[in-house]
Design a protein around this ligand. Sequence first.
Ligand SMILES: *Cc1c(COP(=O)(O)O)cnc(C)c1O
Length: 363
Amino acid sequence: MRALETTASRAAAWGGVIQTYAAYLPVTDATPVITLNEGNTPLIKADNFVRAIGGEFDLYLKYEGLNPTCSFKDRGMTLALSKALERGAKVVICASTGNTSASAAAYAARAGMKCVVILPNGKIAMGKLAQALMHGATTIAVEGNFDAALRIVRELGETAEIEVVNSINPVRIEGQKTAAFEICDVLGRAPDFHFLPVGNAGNITAYWRGFREYHAAGRTDRLPRMFGFQAAGAAPLVDGHPVSDPQTVATAIRIGNPASWQGAMDAASASRGHIGKVTDEEILSAHRSIARHEGVFIEPACGAPLAGLIRCVRDGLIPQGSVVTATMTGHGLKDPDAAIQSAGCQPVVVQANTAAVMKVIGL
Ligand SMILES: *Cc1c(COP(=O)(O)O)cnc(C)c1O
């Protein structure tokens, strides 16, 4: 009974990433904390997947799909909304491939602030659109891609009452680095390698900062090598120039001109890491594989680092016994259309009798 009580009180005590990591964040006692108790997401060991891809190392998935709005964006948004409220902004605005808008809409609702989201028309996964609308954000779809939407937002951000909550807002990255802290706190060390998808490149910048700050504070004895992956049709960092018409099934990383370009390049080079690209076929195959082997349902973008890991294993880049972590940035239910396409099968329709069902089961 005692163990149960302890678990229950710990769960109740988790007050979100600002409360937990305030010492590492740009907040003071005067900062109003807008939180949905984000963070504290599970680090799931994925032995079946490692065996299936022929590796001999420990892989842990940081399952960020279990944040309050089902993506890692909540870590930065709690800080962005808290700071916006602190300075007296009236409206928050963002351009989004979907998850930033879902998170901004939820945290703005909680803060009692107006939220405006600018989306690329027709390129938003259904779950994410539902969230923005449900939380009451003014939702505007522009006839253009994410990069065009971000350009508009940057211009509107010059207005004093409006706070831009894209990752060009530096506090977003500050909040997002807490995921690296959690990984180290749970493992009791930093990993040897960290894998994650790269779109606008804020998150790879944030993780690298988090790992470095924990190392500098003496909380870990090493730094991981940072391995970021883009989709082949939206891989400006790999191709070395902005992509004007980015294309990929992984809509969360369908970005042609990343705002944190330099942050991503610095993370890869300073950590002796790598920014690579993988095809949509590889992304969807990994997306399905992790669901089938591990019971972990992710959105397509998270297939990119898994596909990248498969390549690295094939190329002999992951030494036996390594500790590898990978961020699963968003939940699979965000994008049910992609999931059904990825599953590659449909329900079998039969007559409503036992014999017909038994036949399908194969008994
Ligand atoms: C935002 C997002 C990404 C990309 O993160 P960046 O910080 O833009 O590189 C990847 N996956 C999901 C699910 C996201 O929501």
